[in-house]
Design a protein around this ligand. Structure first.
Ligand SMILES: NC(=O)c1ccc[n+]([C@@H]2O[C@H](COP(=O)([O-])OP(=O)(O)OC[C@H]3O[C@@H](n4cnc5c(N)ncnc54)[C@H](O)[C@@H]3O)[C@@H](O)[C@H]2O)c1
Length: 256
């Protein structure tokens, strides 16, 4: 039997891509396409298994994938804990409080919270930390992220994950070294994060390591949302049947 999968944020850009990819694969049985109450697409066909888009969660599920807004997370967590469903949480911009709730839920369910589900970007997360440690503190580090003009949060969750990985690998304190959209002089040891919002850019992340005489740049470009959607489906497939715990895409992709 195929695992029963629920999509939260089903009418959104990511939700739509995940539903579309599920139609082409035989990995999951889509049983619900959850959206906010009163959403204009409520009642419309989700395009798979005769499921309708709407606010109701089903009676049971094996896995849930959420790409929605931070305020959706509590209801999604409650449902997953009650039904013992595995959760892939892709929503970014969660508050510290909301992140703590996600972490706490890992006592009861297997969960992956990933600010970026693409394979390439997860390799970049790993490379950014390793590169920073190899180059040492004479190299200034700046992160530039670019997204479409509709993105609600800034900086991107992925830019923050890049900074976190660099801090872990170099012994920096994230709170004290990150500078958002610097104005004025650069201070040694800081990590600048700069957010560009324009048109329909799917997602570009660059990490610049600069010193006197040379620059090293690591960069990832998402050409479409399919890289995130495929990664989320791959994560859900891996997660179903795992023990409760807080897992990452690095576990799924064996990057540790
Ligand atoms: N982790 C990743 O790899 C990754 C990749 C792309 C986007 N994202 C994040 O995923 C989220 C969604 O992105 P998007 O581009 O699809 O946004 P979107 O605005 O197109 O879609 C979000 C959808 O969630 C719905 N929603 C809001 N509150 C809800 C609730 N309480 N219950 C159910 N549905 C609700 C909205 O109505 C909307 O249809 C954002 O936080 C974005 O930053 C993460």
């Amino acid at each position: 039997m195929k695992p029963k999968l629920v999509i939260v944020g089903a009418a959104g850009r990511m939700g739509q891509r995940i539903l579309s990819l599920c139609k082409e694969s035989a990995d999951f049985d889509i049983i619900a396409a959850v959206e906010t109450k009163g959403h204009p697409d409520s009642g419309k066909d989700a395009g798979i298994n005769g499921v309708k888009i709407g606010p109701e969660f089903p009676q049971t599920a094996d896995a849930v994938i959420e790409f929605a807004l931070p305020e959706a997370s509590e209801q999604t967590l409650r449902f997953c804990i009650e039904k013992k469903a595995a959760l892939v949480m892709g929503t970014t911009g969660l508050s510290t409080e909301q992140k703590k709730k996600v972490e706490a839920a890992a006592k009861d369910i297997p969960i992956i919270y990933g600010t970026n589900m693409s394979v390439g970007m997860n390799v970049l997360f790993s490379l950014a930390g390793k590169t920073a440690a190899m180059l040492g503190d004479e190299y200034d580090i700046e992160i530039i992220e670019q997204h479409h003009k509709f993105k609600k949060d800034a900086p991107s969750g992925s830019a923050l994950t890049l900074a976190e990985n660099i801090c872990k690998a170099t012994g920096r304190d994230l709170q004290n070294c990150v500078v958002f959209g610097r104005s004025g002089e650069r201070k040694k040891g800081t990590i600048g994060i700069h957010s560009v919002r324009a048109g329909d850019i799917t997602g570009v992340h660059s990490v610049i390591f600069g010193t006197q005489g040379e620059t090293v740049t690591l960069s990832h470009t998402a050409h479409s949302r399919d890289c995130f959607a495929k990664g989320a489906l791959c994560a859900a497939k891996w997660l179903v049947g795992k023990k409760p715990g807080f897992y990452t895409m690095a576990d799924v992709l064996k990057l540790k």
